[in-house]
Design a protein around this ligand. Structure first.
Ligand SMILES: [Zn+2]
Length: 317
């Protein structure tokens, strides 16, 4: 399908088939630059560590068309083209204005945001999506179970964190399903969904190609493999979700096997943003974000975390 940008009625766009393709319309980013959009953030999420999570960070280029626009503790990534912008993850409700300001600080216009994709629907990565989509008319896409959570503004029944009362966020009723392996397009940006049910049943990694000075790399925004859960939740012996452990391991294998030169994750701590920026400041001729072993190492760490969790649950029995 070609998703039409509702705020740009002059654009030529048409519905074609299924949910196979998202294409930017015959567009001129320049005309949108003059169009102002007004972000009206939803009320701030309240939690003990929310202020820390929302600590501001300077936006920066990762490689080519790929930019970091999140906070010091929550990743959001922008992919830019002349025909529109794509955002991966929306932070907390109070992060939306920071993401918007970071996009503008990089010289892009928030008005050009066409698509928001989500790796998992928890308050700290999906909370800002509703306001950003409302302001810009951007489409929102996630996995099948991810869309279920986005539409209800809370994790699905089988989510390990479902029992955490305040893990709620503004619902995104217009969210659409991207099938496993489906590629969505905005201009020359093509982002592909890879279902990785682990941290949540709706978790997905998103991958795309990013080119800079003729060097094209595979970028993967993998989802969290954290086993953090509500009290009392068990990954082992879960009758409501009997294949949970096998599914988790298969998600880990999916990420390990993806073509991957640059790894990004929902937490900037998990891909070493601080250290990498320091290394790049020291030696700007080398981009430390490029690491073709990063996805495999991240997956191995994820699996080790699951094994640790299983050992803990077994010891408790
Ligand atoms: Zn989460």
């Amino acid at each position: 399908m070609i998703w039409k940008h509702p705020a740009a009625p002059m654009r030529l766009a048409s519905f074609i088939v299924g949910l196979t393709l998202l294409a930017a319309c015959a567009s001129t980013a320049g005309s949108d630059a003059a169009r102002q959009v007004k972000l009206e953030p939803d009320p701030a999420h309240i939690c003990d560590f929310c202020e820390r999570l929302n600590e501001p960070a300077e936006p920066f280029q990762i490689h080519g068309d790929t930019y970091y626009v999140g906070t010091a503790m929550i990743s959001s990534v922008l992919i830019a083209s002349d025909d529109g912008l794509v955002l991966v993850n929306g932070g907390m409700t109070q992060t939306a204005s920071q993401i918007a300001a970071n996009i503008e600080a990089l010289g892009f216009s928030l008005a050009d945001l066409r698509l928001i994709v989500n790796t998992h629907a928890h308050f700290d990565h999906a909370g800002g999506i509703a306001a950003l989509a409302r302001a810009t008319g951007a489409k929102v896409a996630a996995s099948t179970r991810g869309v279920e959570a986005l539409k209800q503004g809370r994790p699905t029944e089988d989510d390990p964190q479902r029992g955490i009362e305040d893990n709620v966020f503004p619902a995104v009723p217009q969210a659409r399903i991207a099938a496993d392996g489906e590629t969505l397009k905005v201009g020359d940006i093509a982002v592909t969904a890879h279902y990785t049910p682990a941290h949540t049943p709706g978790s997905a990694a998103w991958s795309w190609r990013s080119c800079e000075a003729g060097r094209c790399l595979d970028v993967v925004f993998a989802d969290s493999f954290s086993t953090r859960s509500a009290p009392g939740f068990r990954f082992t012996g879960d009758d409501d979700y009997p294949g949970r452990l096998e599914t988790f391991r298969s998600a880990v294998a999916t990420v390990a096997d993806l073509p991957c030169d640059v790894l990004l994750t929902p937490s900037p701590l998990s891909f070493g943003v601080k250290e990498k920026l320091a290394a790049r400041a020291e030696n700007p001729t080398v981009n430390p974000f490029i690491d073709s072993d990063a996805c495999r190492a991240y997956a191995a760490k994820g699996e080790a975390g699951l094994d640790k969790r299983i050992a803990e649950e077994t010891a408790e029995q």
